[in-house]
Design a binder for this molecule. Structure first.
Ligand SMILES: NC(=O)c1ccc[n+]([C@@H]2O[C@H](COP(=O)([O-])OP(=O)(O)OC[C@H]3O[C@@H](n4cnc5c(N)ncnc54)[C@H](OP(=O)(O)O)[C@@H]3O)[C@@H](O)[C@H]2O)c1
Length: 328
């Protein structure tokens, strides 16, 4: 038996229970991983609350967590690329990360460059692969382009700002506090806007000389969606990639016409990094920008595995900066 965080009923952070679970032996194409650090992402809160429904196992629970790092402890039949002792990481699931040990398909893990520390790796896989597809696949961010990114001091946000700076793009970032503004600026965000205090749509218009931006990246959702549309230049693209303030509902498509023949997409990482080849490409580019120092991983807070409820409540109450990890 190993320690894990299990969810039996949906609800607030207190439904995350620290219990003993059996892991079992790896099946065909699987390995058993002894984990050292586990990423805590906003999507874990959606799974816990029930916003994104999750199937329980036959004992009536699921283990959240889509991201982690550790060593291969056992290998199942037909595993060809890994051996016992390899240090590997994953950031596209499958779910089951909040545990000392877990089973995972060989196809979902990548070997980690030795220079990177475990906590950094746990804080960079899901968020870093997300930034990869936001700037390299969904939209090819270009030098000289100016874009708006909401929650610029968050886990995804701080990596986004640095990767965009590395490309030569200019980021306008919204943030919830002065401390977060400083963190975003240190990560290369050229203009920070305290969006709880000022008319942020007017501010974006002012910064861009009235033109608006060609792309808005919006992981905040409900509270910012309509304002984000108003920040776009004609034929601009709103990338609505998250629901930190709640899901976006009931869009009248005519609004996209009246506000400038706009485009909206609602992407998820799973559709941009789905095959082993895509994982190899995306994680290779991610490890490259991180190992050469262009993108530094800011693990703003770490907790013991048993303290996952605290990690969730801090993340949901906007008390975190950068990435959040659980250490084992
Ligand atoms: N679609 C995908 O493929 C994908 C992949 C990864 C992440 N995401 C999304 O990206 C977003 C960022 O993820 P993350 O894990 O890096 O989280 P995060 O940005 O570290 O935390 C969320 C931030 O959102 C802001 N926020 C604004 N209104 C909020 C509210 N009502 N409640 C809570 N937070 C609020 C807060 O920053 P301020 O205090 O600065 O406002 C908060 O710190 C999330 O929406 C997540 O679901 C999507």
């Amino acid at each position: 038996m190993v320690k894990a965080i299990v969810v039996r009923e949906n609800g607030g952070p207190d439904v995350l229970r620290y219990e003993d679970v059996a892991v079992g032996n790896p099946g065909p194409g699987e390995v058993r991983l002894r984990q050292t650090a586990i990423g805590v992402n906003f999507i874990d809160t959606y799974h816990r609350s029930g916003l994104y429904p999750v199937k329980r196992n036959d004992q009536g629970y699921f283990i959240p967590g889509m991201e982690g790092v550790g060593r291969v402890e056992a290998i199942g039949p037909d595993v060809t690329t890994l051996k016992i002792g390899d240090r590997v990481a994953y950031g596209t699931g499958p779910m089951g990360g909040y545990a000392e040990e877990r089973l995972i398909p060989e196809a979902k893990v990548v070997k980690v460059p030795p220079a990177l520390k475990d906590e950094s790796v746990a804080g960079m896989m899901l968020r870093g692969l997300t930034v990869w597809y936001l700037v390299r696949a969904l939209h090819q961010l270009k030098a000289g382009e100016t874009v708006l990114f909401h929650a610029a001091a968050g886990g995804v946000g701080l990596m986004f700002c640095q990767w965009a700076r590395h490309i030569g793009a200019t980021v306008i970032g919204t943030v919830g506090s002065e401390d977060k503004a400083q963190a975003a600026q240190a990560a290369g965000c050229a203009h920070t806007i305290l969006y709880k205090q000022v008319d942020w749509v007017a501010k974006v218009r002012e910064i861009t000389g009235g033109k608006g931006v060609p792309v808005v990246y919006d992981g905040v959702g409900k509270d910012t969606f309509m304002g984000s549309l108003d920040c776009l230049s004609p034929r601009g693209l709103l990338v609505s990639f998250g629901n930190a303030s709640g899901p976006v509902e009931g869009l009248n498509l005519g609004v996209l016409a009246s506000k400038g023949s706009l485009f909206v997409t609602r992407p998820t990482l799973a559709h941009y990094v789905s095959t082993p080849a895509e994982l190899a490409l995306a994680s290779g580019e991610l490890f490259d920008v991180v190992t050469k120092g262009a993108v530094k991983i800011d693990v703003g807070q770490s907790y013991g595995l048993a303290y996952a409820p605290h990690a969730h409540s801090d993340l949901e109450s906007r008390a975190t900066t950068g990435s959040t990890v659980l250490v084992v």
